[in-house]
Design a protein around this ligand. Structure first.
Ligand SMILES: [Zn+2]
Length: 189
């Protein structure tokens, strides 16, 4: 087990089913997790009595297949792929923009705060990001009314890894909220 920051361990960002001895599989993945954890730590330190549980970190192609087989419609351009290239279908819209592989997954983690509401963490994180105290590319508040669960999706800022002109091609809305389990999103922040 290896720490990334004072409150985060590498294995917390591991793909589904990996054990506590998991470490990033390559330098790029390590760099992306480190940057994500360092920014998360700033938010986490503000809520000193809380705990931030990582409910989803690095996603792999195996995870993609598992989700697809389970009837979900996982995105091939999710930041959760954390530096791993994902093959795109020929003739698809994404193929037209990115080519045969999506190479721009900059790293993301879903956080379930314990001891503080996810909405409060979201508001503070957006505020800190706007003031450049942290550097996230995207912050999304998600609530699933079916089981009353809520979490926050955090991703790295693509400009930390790619030129601005490249980032413009896959730019995303920075601050979003969904309270219907991801069916619809509203712009926040
Ligand atoms: Zn996520």
């Amino acid at each position: 087990m290896m720490k990334v920051t004072s409150n985060f361990w590498f294995h917390e960002f591991a793909p589904h089913g990996a054990g506590r001895s998991w470490l990033p599989q390559n330098k790029i993945m390590q760099l992306m997790i480190k940057q994500l954890a360092e920014n998360l730590q700033i938010i986490r330190s503000y809520f000193s009595k809380s705990r931030f549980q990582v409910s989803s970190g690095v996603r792999t192609l195996v995870d993609y297949a598992r989700l697809k087989d389970s009837g979900y419609n996982p995105s091939k351009t999710s930041d959760h792929y954390c530096g791993q290239a994902i093959p795109l279908e020929a003739n698809s819209k994404k193929f037209e923009r990115f080519g045969a592989f999506y190479n721009f997954a900059v790293g993301a983690a879903d956080i379930v705060p314990v001891g503080v509401s996810a909405a409060d963490v979201f508001d503070l994180a957006v505020d800190f990001n706007l003031r450049n105290e942290v550097n996230f590319g995207q912050i999304i508040y998600e609530k699933n009314p079916a089981n009353n669960s809520e979490w926050i999706h955090f991703s790295n800022n693509p400009t930390s890894f790619f030129q601005l002109k490249v980032c413009e091609i896959f730019q995303r809305r920075k601050y979003l909220k969904s309270v219907d389990g991801g069916k619809t999103y509203s712009v926040a922040g």
